[in-house]
Write a protein that binds this ligand. Sequence first.
Ligand code: ADP
Length: 239
Amino acid sequence: MSEYFNKKGLRHDGRSVTDTRPITIEAGYVERADGSAYLEWGKNKIVAAVYGPREMLPRHMANPYKGRIRFVYRLAPFSVGERKNPRPGRRDVELSKVSGEALSAAALLENFPNTAIDVYVTVLDADAGTRIAALTAASVALADAGIPMKDMVTGTAVGRVDGKLVIDLDKFEEDAYDAVDMAVAMMPNTSEVVLFQMDGVINKKEYSELLKMAESKCKEIKAIQEAALKKKYEKEFNK
Ligand code: ADP
């Protein structure tokens, strides 16, 4: 027995190796936004708000052939144990860039030349896996804003903890001595990967196994995203 797995092979919080933490999503959370979502993923709490398509300012940034997604990922200063400096750091800038690119792969931006679609995601409470949780929430917010997409963007972290391959590492597991943390986001219909980042060292066999695990989990998470959107619109139609 280790501190990461009990005798039955369950993780420190009772999950099996293929369980994510509980995920709940509410679409249409921010009144003022064109589209929005509130997501809880385990102890992560995240708000995503989308504004646009709207005129691209400054104008020299406008693309006459398609719209541009501007993704802003921020960890709130109170979201982590030590106060985070509210000024965006390199991590915020990096995650904003790769997440914006991931959404741009799915959104049909040719429909919106010269415009900006601003996606603001704030992590209120962080417990590892926030980049994927942020992207998952943002994808719901984008759909809620009525932006046509090829598919939802859905993700999960997968990795290795104490020699075992697992889905969705939390902060405790991410700090394991041999941890591998692989953030994967896909368009589940085609399994095209739109975001991939990894910490740690793994072999080819583990890598393919992890990708397979991520692929099937993304399909499950997409169903949660879709259910959140359906719930919002059913409520509106029944008003
Ligand atoms: P992810 O949240 O996508 O797993 P990281 O692996 O970079 O991204 O971060 C893991 C966790 O470490 C975060 O979810 C958060 O709980 C914590 N963390 C990240 N950045 C900071 C920071 N600047 N200060 C304190 N804790 C942080």
